[in-house]
Ligand binder design. Structure first.
Ligand code: FAD
Ligand code: MG
Length: 351
């Protein structure tokens, strides 16, 4: 009886030892794997800065394939698009269309951009108008970075004359043939940067569907993929009257795009009055009631055109219209009052 008890006691002690060994093994493995996780290197990002479309371009990419090849392909795409849509290139599609007195046949890509521009012009009642070329060049905003830029404020009659040769209603496109009347000229400066960002993202993803990073073309940003494959990118919206590091708000994105139009980068001041590059197609003068608009949208192309339209329309109207057109926005008026669309707050949290 005693032996049996002592035997069973011994057995209990033996089992406890095994358990301890198992627990120790388990804890060591736990520590080992936690350390492995901690030490696991996060993907590295490679970045390159260039100048394209008259602005600073930054491409940031992480890829298990060669990120340098992806970055170079993205930069090549920006330069290809610049050549094709620039007003400064004699042989760009836009220069050829603007010079021609006859309808011009364009390729699928140019047709796509012009069609989307006309659709968004109609949807915003011409607040975004891709056929303001004559007005924009009268103000000189088509050559603000050029050495011959010599700003002056046009007279009312010059503005009236230019306005009579403006307007998207004078442009039509059917089966790839662009027809323009009334001597209007295209200026796609408010939409092509966004298109280039969309193309850049598409190219990066074609080369590596798992690539992550972003493209930043003068504060217009498109996301290639979530940071470290799963985290949010934090994006600050610049304070339009602050210093360059000052910001108004921060949003978090894993995909999509965020585009800002402001009166603080392309402007000149005469007699203390600021004249900037976003023009009201109804008056012909720089818009006064807004100083900055930011739009978040799945496509950078739409965000680009919508941020310009919102700038012209003002916060009250834009906070209703932008969500209908697929954009959430933050608008700053001339009194520095900020207004947001209802859906903007969705992007202020990491979900
Ligand atoms: P956005 O609000 O997106 O656009 C404003 C621009 O759109 C204005 O500059 C004007 O061109 C036009 N615009 C003004 N009012 C309206 C309106 N109501 N509706 C529609 N459009 C309007 N700049 C240079 O200085 N040098 C260059 O070599 C140069 N090359 C370029 C090549 C291409 C292909 C493109 C697309 C642009 C180029 N730019 C160049 C222009 C420059 O990048 C513009 O400032 C930029 O396109 C405007 O973008 P934004 O985001 O500042 O403002
Ligand atoms: Mg724009």
């Amino acid at each position: 009886m005693f032996k049996m008890q002592s035997g069973s006691k011994n057995q209990i002690v033996k089992l406890s030892k095994n358990s301890w060994i198992l627990i120790l093994l388990f804890v060591s493995l736990l520590i080992f794997f936690s350390l492995m996780l901690l030490l696991k290197k996060k993907p590295e990002y490679l970045s390159k800065v260039d100048i394209a479309l008259g602005t600073t371009l930054k491409v940031v990419v992480s890829s298990e394939k060669d990120p340098r090849l992806i970055i170079d392909a993205v930069l090549r795409e920006f330069h290809r698009i610049e050549k094709k849509f620039s007003l400064n290139e004699q042989n760009s599609d836009i220069s050829i269309i603007n010079r021609s007195k006859q309808p011009v046949e364009v390729d699928e890509e140019t047709a796509f951009v012009i069609e989307r521009a006309l659709t968004l012009a109609r949807a915003t009642d011409g607040a975004f108008d891709p056929a303001l070329g004559n007005l924009i060049s009268l103000w000189g905003f088509d050559r603000i970075n050029q050495t011959d830029f010599n700003p002056r404020v046009p007279t009312d009659s010059e503005i009236e004359a230019a306005l009579s040769r403006c307007g998207y209603e004078n442009v039509s496109i059917e089966k790839g043939i662009v027809t323009m009347s009334n001597d209007v000229k295209l200026d796609l400066g408010a939409i092509v940067k966004g298109y280039a960002i969309d193309r850049a993202i598409a190219i990066a993803r074609e080369m590596d569907p798992l690539a992550t990073g972003y493209v930043d073309a003068g504060r217009d940003i498109g996301i290639i993929g979530a940071k470290f494959k799963g985290e949010y990118w934090s994006i600050a919206v610049q304070d339009p009257r602050g210093d360059s590091g000052d910001y108004l708000d921060v949003v978090y994105l894993k995909k999509g795009s965020i585009v800002t139009s402001g009166d603080y980068e392309r402007f000149f001041i005469i007699d203390g009055v600021r004249y900037h590059h976003i023009l009201n197609p109804k008056t012909g003068y720089p818009v006064r009631k807004t100083i900055s608009t930011t739009i978040i949208s799945p496509d950078a192309m739409d965000a680009d055109a919508l941020s310009t339209a919102a700038f012209v329309l003002g916060s009250e109207f834009s906070s209703v219209l932008m969500p209908v057109l697929g954009g959430q926005g933050l608008f700053v008026d001339e009194q520095l009052k900020t207004t947001q669309t209802q859906g903007w707050s969705f992007f202020k949290e990491k979900r």
